[in-house]
Ligand binder design. Structure first.
Ligand code: SF4
Length: 134
């Protein structure tokens, strides 16, 4: 959300400070989101992290699917549940999960930072020493 709120690159150090997140943790998150095609990174002077072009149009449901991979709501196979063959709960969870993600598909990353949300997001911890002019 933070990278969607404003154009331009931010270094991992800047993002970690702004979001009050440990740098090593944020670096892992950035790496993962880069692999998922949501963030772009550039090295060297002027380098940093920014939202991939087009990622603002990506739905939140898509982001959650990419992050979750094929995880199911319930784990029925390890160890194998004896009810798997007849269980109605498992399919009900799948339908509920699908409906949940379809609902999130209706909201894009751009929607999350629209109107007043973007400025509020950018004000979180970012005011100290940063002019936002990068
Ligand atoms: S009861 Fe159904 S949902 Fe629960 S673990 Fe067993 S198969 Fe899965």
């Amino acid at each position: 959300m933070y990278t969607a709120a404003k154009d331009g690159r931010r270094t991992v150090d800047e993002l970690a400070a702004a979001l009050s997140v440990p740098r090593h943790h944020l670096a892992k998150v950035v790496q993962r989101l880069q692999r998922l095609g949501l963030l772009a990174t550039a090295r060297g002077r002027g380098g940093g992290v920014e939202l991939e072009p087009g990622a603002r149009r990506v739905g939140v449901g898509t982001v959650v699917r990419r992050l979750e991979a094929d995880d199911e709501v319930v784990q029925c196979d390890d160890p194998p549940c004896p009810l798997r063959g007849q269980c109605q709960l498992r399919s009900a969870f799948r339908r509920a999960h699908d409906a949940f993600l379809r609902s999130l598909d209706e909201v894009s990353l751009a929607d999350l930072v629209a109107d007043d949300a973007g400025p509020v997001l950018l004000s979180i911890g970012w005011s100290s020493g940063d002019t936002g002019a990068r």
